[in-house]
Design a protein. Structure first.
Length: 356
């Protein structure tokens, strides 16, 4: 059966560049090809080829539902204090952006990391650790404190009115920001943004000479040195808590961009000089041709997506009658000299549950 191919989130068309890729990375149901956590050879090959990989059945349906329940608890607890009502999953009239925690327009739940019991358990999931250990080729890893992701449905939503009548409506104004393709690492300094940890040390100055200050292209030897000293492969990830079809909103990326990362940094050094000397969040320019190569990565509930942090990535808006729910997480080398915990245990909710 021919894989289901949907529109490119950057241009809303299937381009000559993305259609052949989608045929290789999709299964017959239109989801991204996935692997079990014990298929180490297969998923490693896929990751090396495309820059991301999907691991299925990392969480059970019960664990997914427990995490979704925590998301709604987080939303209710951190709603806009100016909103007098309750934000609940069974009342679409309470889902207006002005009522929700901050950053709903980006598909995120507030600015504070998720700290419910199930979220803690998910961070320690052995499948996630095993895959991270395999791809990063090291055992000493921490999982960061990151946020929940949440997108409201935007189509065919059933509203119950105060007069008892019901009305089905579309809410295009609930769609999240589209096209915010970015890196959470500076292509020039290699300084990385990892929520939950403070980035210590002087990696920005350490690698300046490699990334354009001398105005030269990196040799393969220099790249190897940089990768080795930096710590090899670095990952970012999320767990899908509900099916994320093409139309439900979800993760997107430029397949296999990592080999172009250093050259892109050299070609766009003027951006570093003008705007990003101190930033480790770097948006891809709106006119960059890589945007025509963006593909959606639809996945089933309970799946883990890991992508290399040289991959430009984003989420794209929900255009369906379903919710999108995810939990973000990032494994980092357990290096106290490099990373300092941003949130001490005494300021975290559920502090009695914080593992030692």
């Amino acid at each position: 059966m021919e894989p289901s191919i949907q529109a490119n989130p950057a241009s809303d068309v299937i381009t000559a560049l993305t259609a052949p890729i989608l045929r290789q990375i999709r299964d017959e149901d239109g989801f991204t090809k996935s692997f079990t956590s014990d298929q180490t050879i297969e998923y490693t090959e896929f990751f090396r080829r495309w820059g991301f990989v999907v691991i299925r059945n990392v969480l059970t349906p019960e664990q997914c539902q427990a995490t979704i329940d925590e998301i709604w608890q987080e939303i209710a607890a951190n709603k806009n204090p100016l909103y007098n009502g309750d934000v609940t999953r069974d009342n679409p009239s309470s889902w207006d952006t002005a009522n929700l925690p901050r950053m709903a327009n980006l598909g995120l739940v507030g600015t504070f990391p998720c700290c419910g019991p199930q979220a803690w358990s998910n961070r320690q999931n052995p499948h996630i650790y095993d895959v991270a250990r395999t791809l990063m080729r090291r055992d000493d890893l921490w999982i960061n404190f990151d946020r929940y992701g949440f997108m409201r449905p935007t189509k065919q939503i059933l509203f119950k009115r105060e007069d008892g009548n019901e009305e089905i409506m579309d809410k295009d104004d609930w769609k999240t920001v589209n096209g915010w393709l970015h890196w959470d690492i500076s292509p020039w300094t290699f300084k990385q943004s990892v929520m939950g940890f403070k980035n210590e040390g002087d990696y920005d100055s350490k690698y300046e000479d490699f990334n354009g200050v001398k105005g030269h292209q990196l040799s393969e030897e220099e790249k190897d040195i940089l990768e080795k000293e930096y710590g090899g492969v670095r990952l970012q990830g999320l767990i899908a808590l509900a099916d994320s079809r093409d139309q439900d909103g979800g993760f997107c990326t430029v397949p296999n961009f990592a080999p172009e990362f250093f050259q892109w940094a050299l070609d766009h050094y003027e951006l570093y000089e003008s705007s990003f000397k101190t930033s480790n969040f770097v948006p891809v320019p709106k006119t960059d041709q890589m945007r025509h190569r963006v593909v959606k990565v639809p996945v089933r509930a309970g799946s883990l997506i890991f992508w290399g942090n040289k991959q430009p990535h984003a989420n794209y808006p929900n255009d369906s009658d379903r919710f999108r729910y995810v939990q973000y997480l990032t494994p980092v080398p357990a290096n106290p000299g490099r990373w300092q915990r941003q949130y001490p245990a005494d300021v975290l909710p559920m502090k009695d549950f914080v593992p030692s």
